[in-house]
Design a protein around this ligand. Structure first.
Ligand code: NAP
Ligand code: MG
Length: 477
C-alpha cells in the first residue's frame, strides 16, 4: 500500500494516514494519504512567507520555466494521471484524459503570462513627473479546491499564483488526494524552491482556520456556496483578498426552433456527463411547449443508451457518483422532486455493477415548475429536471429565477433569440448551441449572484486576483 505525505517547506512530512477509496469499486483502496494537522498548516504558512521575498523578486524567466516544466511532465504522463484521476474520482477515462490535458495547457498558458506581466506608464499631471503602474505579487495565497475537477481547478489557481510571484499553500478536497499528491510531486520535482509551493491534504473543517489565518494574504476557493461564504466571512474579518467560485443551478433553454439533435446532445452532455458533478452542469432543462414532448422522448432514448459503470472500463459513458454521501443526496433530491409533483420518467435507480460502486442511472424529472426545490437548490448529481415554458420571455424569466448565476445555455436556430439571450441571461457565461459545461482556458471563467465572488479566474483576467497594483510617481532628483 502506498503512503503519501504532505509537502511543507520543501520537505515531505508525515501526518495521520487516511485511505483513498475508488468509487467504482469500494474494495479498491488507492493508497493512504496523510492528513495534515493545524500545526503543520501553520508551518506551511510560515514556509510560504519565508519563501515569498526571493520568489516574488526573482526572474520571471525562472517562473516561466518552472511552469513550462510542470505542464510538460503532466502532458508526458497524461495516461497515467488520467487513470489515477478516474480511479479516485469516478469520471470516465476519456473525461479524465481531457481534464489532465487541460491542466497541462493551463500551466503552459501561465508560463507565457509570467513574462507578459506588463505595467503601464504615462505622463503625470505635474510637469517633470512620470507615472508608472506596476503589478506585483499579492503574497501567500491559500488555494482550496473541490473533488470534482481534482487537477484542472488546482491548475488554474496554482499556475497563475506561481506565475505572478506568489507562494502557495494548497488544500485539495479530502476525496481526491491522489491527483493532488501527483501534481504536488510534479511541482516539487520541477524545481519549485522550498516553501514556494506547499501541499496540505486533509479535512477543510480542521485546516480551514489556518488557511484564512495570520500570515495568509489571499484565498482562492472553489466549492459549495455554504463553505465559500464561511471562508469569506473569516477572510473579510482579516481584510484578506478573496476569490470564490461556488455552486450553480444552470439552465439550458430549448426553443421550438432548435435543431432537435443538437438540443438532445447538448442536454445529455451538459446534464449527465461527468455524472452531472460539474458546477456548470445543466440541471434545469427549460423547454418550449412546441418541442417539449419530442425533446423529452428523444432525450430519454439517449439516456437509456448510456452505459453507467466502472469509470475505467472503456465502454462506460457515465461513471459512478463520487461517494455514498453524494449518492444519498442525489436520491433524496429525486424524492424531493417527486414529492413536489414532478414525474420521474427516466433513471434514478441504484445500479449493481460487477464491482461494489456508487452507481446511479441518469434521472429525468418532468412536469416541474421553477419554484420547486428541485429547481432552486444545487444537487450535483446525474439528474435534471424539465420545466415547460410558453415562449422565449418565460424561458428567460425562469432561467434567471434562481439564487445562482454561473452559466446558461440556449439551443435555437434563430439569431434574434441567441443574441437576446446573451444579454438577458443573468450569468457569467453563456453558451449557444453548446453544453453549459465546457469552457476554454484562455478566457475568463466565473459567475454572478451566489455562484461567484471576487475577480474572474483563468486567461489574462487571472492577474486581477493574483497581483496587486502599485502606482509610482518619479521626478528626477
Ligand atoms: P465543498 O464541500 O465546499 O469543499 C470544497 C473545498 O473546501 C474542499 O477542499 C473542502 O475540504 C474545503 N472545506 C470544507 N470546509 C472548509 C472550511 N470550513 N474551511 C476551509 N475549507 C473548507 O465542495 P465539494 O463538495 O468539494 O465540491 C462540490 C461543490 O463545488 C459544488 O457546490 C460545486 O458547484 C462547486 N464547484 C464550483 C465550481 C465553480 O467554478 N463555480 C467548480 C467546481 C465545483 P473537504 O474536502 O475536507 O471537505
Ligand atoms: Mg465536501
Amino acid at each position: 500500500m502506498i503512503g503519501r505525505q504532505n509537502l511543507i517547506g520543501g520537505r515531505w512530512t508525515a501526518g495521520a494516514p487516511a485511505p483513498n477509496i475508488n468509487p467504482s469499486d469500494t474494495n479498491d483502496i488507492i493508497g493512504e494519504y496523510d492528513q495534515a494537522s493545524p500545526e503543520q498548516a501553520a508551518m506551511a504558512v510560515a514556509a510560504a512567507r519565508e519563501a515569498f521575498r526571493a520568489w516574488s523578486r526573482g526572474s520571471v524567466q525562472a517562473r516561466a520555466d518552472l511552469l513550462q516544466t510542470i505542464g510538460a511532465e503532466i502532458m508526458a504522463r497524461q495516461d497515467e494521471l488520467a487513470d489515477l484521476l478516474s480511479r479516485e474520482e469516478g469520471k470516465t477515462r476519456r473525461e479524465a484524459l481531457g481534464e489532465v490535458t487541460r491542466a497541462a495547457q493551463i500551466f503552459g498558458f501561465f508560463a507565457g503570462e509570467a513574462v507578459r506581466l506588463n505595467g503601464e506608464a504615462g505622463p503625470s499631471v505635474r510637469p517633470g513627473v512620470d507615472v508608472q503602474i506596476d503589478r506585483e505579487a499579492v503574497g501567500v495565497v491559500a488555494v482550496v479546491t473541490p473533488w470534482n475537477f481534482p487537477i484542472a481547478i488546482p491548475a488554474w489557481k496554482i499556475a497563475p499564483a506561481l506565475a505572478f510571484g506568489n507562494t502557495v499553500i494548497w488544500k485539495p478536497a479530502e476525496l481526491t488526494p491522489a491527483s493532488a499528491w501527483a501534481l504536488a510531486d510534479i511541482i516539487q520535482r520541477a524545481g519549485a524552491p522550498p516553501g514556494v509551493f506547499n501541499l496540505l491534504m486533509g479535512s477543510g473543517a480542521i485546516l480551514g482556520d489556518a488557511l484564512t489565518g495570520a500570515g495568509v494574504d489571499a484565498v482562492s476557493f472553489t466549492g459549495s456556496t455554504g463553505v465559500g461564504l464561511g471562508i469569506l466571512s473569516r477572510a473579510a474579518a482579516r481584510g484578506m483578498k478573496v476569490q470564490l467560485e461556488m455552486g450553480g443551478k444552470n439552465a439550458l433553454v430549448i426553443l421550438d426552433d432548435a435543431d432537435l439533435d443538437v438540443a438532445v446532445q447538448t442536454a445529455l452532455d451538459g446534464a449527465f456527463f461527468a455524472t452531472g458533478q460539474r458546477c456548470t452542469a445543466s440541471s434545469r432543462l427549460i423547454v418550449q411547449e412546441g418541442i417539449h414532448d419530442r425533446f423529452v422522448s428523444v432525450l430519454r432514448a439517449a439516456m437509456r443508451a448510456q452505459i453507467v459503470g466502472d469509470a475505467r472500463a472503456s465502454a462506460t459513458t457515465i461513471g459512478p457518483v463520487v461517494d455514498s454521501r453524494q449518492l444519498r443526496r442525489d436520491e433524496d433530491y429525486i424524492g424531493v422532486g417527486a414529492d413536489e409533483g414532478g414525474k420521474l420518467i427516466e433513471g434514478g435507480a441504484r445500479l449493481r455493477g460487477a464491482t461494489d460502486g456508487f452507481y446511479l442511472s441518469p434521472a429525468l424529472i418532468t412536469e416541474t415548475t421553477s419554484r420547486m426545490r428541485i429547481n432552486q437548490e444545487e444537487v450535483f448529481g446525474p439528474l435534471a429536471s424539465v420545466i415547460r415554458v410558453h415562449d422565449y420571455e418565460e424561458a428567460v424569466a425562469v432561467t434567471n429565477d434562481v439564487p445562482f448565476g454561473l452559466c446558461a445555455g440556449i439551443c435555437t436556430t434563430a439569431l434574434k433569440y441567441a443574441r437576446a439571450f446573451r444579454r438577458d441571461a443573468d450569468v457569467g457565461m453563456v453558451m449557444v448551441n453548446l453544453p453549459t459545461a465546457g469552457v476554454d482556458y484562455h478566457v475568463p471563467f466565473g459567475g454572478r449572484k451566489a455562484s461567484s465572488y471576487g475577480p474572474r479566474e483563468q486567461g489574462s483576467y487571472a492577474r486581477e486576483f493574483y497581483t496587486a497594483v502599485k502606482t509610482t510617481y518619479t521626478q528626477a532628483g
